[in-house]
Design a protein around this ligand. Structure first.
Ligand SMILES: [Zn+2]
Length: 240
């Protein structure tokens, strides 16, 4: 399985590299629509190492942008049944361009999985432990209270994480933690999931090639350490 990570979708072209024109997003979607699986199917299969090399696609959206609701949900979930994961930075809910609690609740009631993206969208690797604990714990409890269901997924803001942070996230009760790195979904720990963070310079051909071979753009260090079987140990040391 391959996990893709989008952000805001707009009607116009913008300078923010992580913001995509809706037409480009729709073209991406058309390129892999037959491979999309639901978050529920992903969660049911993600521990299976065999499925890690399949080319099924899981869609995730970060930062709680209003386009999760007004475009992806309104046009693609309603018409084609496409489901996705939406990671919410709780303190950004209701801000201009972001979803309201009513929108997030509607997504949740229609099979969209809501995950936490913390409270204030800060880099957790440079925060004191008490702040990290609050970002993980309070965002989870607010989302759970608002939605009336368990929130078990967390995406690290800016994809930044370390071992003390993931240990705390597991302690708080998250079961699946999402980063932004190239490659297949399974990271070097069973609960860590790599995602391709999509930029607006990635055209349909790029996406098609990535879905065919998610590791094609990974570096020589990864190729050699994977072949030698030492990649997980190296990464655990790097993020210690
Ligand atoms: Zn984010």
């Amino acid at each position: 399985m391959i996990v893709l990570n989008y952000h805001e979708l707009t009607d116009s072209s913008v300078s923010n590299p992580w913001c995509l024109n809706r037409d480009l997003f729709d073209a991406h979607l058309a390129a892999y629509s037959d491979r999309i699986i639901t978050p529920a199917a992903f969660l049911a299969q993600c521990d299976d190492r065999e499925s890690a090399t399949s080319s099924e696609v899981v869609l995730t959206f970060d930062d709680g942008f209003e386009s999760d609701y007004s475009h992806v949900f309104a046009n693609h979930t309603s018409q084609s049944g496409i489901r996705f994961v939406s990671f919410i930075p709780v303190e950004h809910v209701g801000r201009p361009g972001r979803m309201t609690w009513a929108m997030i609740d509607e997504l949740s009631r229609h099979g969209i999985v809501i995950g936490s993206h913390g409270l204030a969208h800060i880099d957790l690797t440079s925060a004191p432990r008490a702040v990290i604990d609050r970002e993980l714990r309070v965002s989870k409890s607010i989302l759970e209270d608002r939605l009336g269901r368990a929130v078990d997924l967390f995406a690290f803001p800016y994809g930044k994480f370390s071992r003390p942070i993931w240990d705390l996230a597991l302690e708080v009760g998250y079961t699946h933690l999402f980063t932004i790195q190239l490659g297949h979904h399974n990271g070097f720990e069973p609960f860590l999931y790599s995602r391709l963070c999509i930029k607006n310079t990635m055209d349909v051909d790029y996406i098609r090639r990535h879905v065919e071979d998610p590791c094609r753009n990974r570096g020589m260090g990864w190729r050699i350490s994977s072949r030698l079987g030492i990649y997980p140990a190296l990464m655990r040391w790097r993020f210690r």
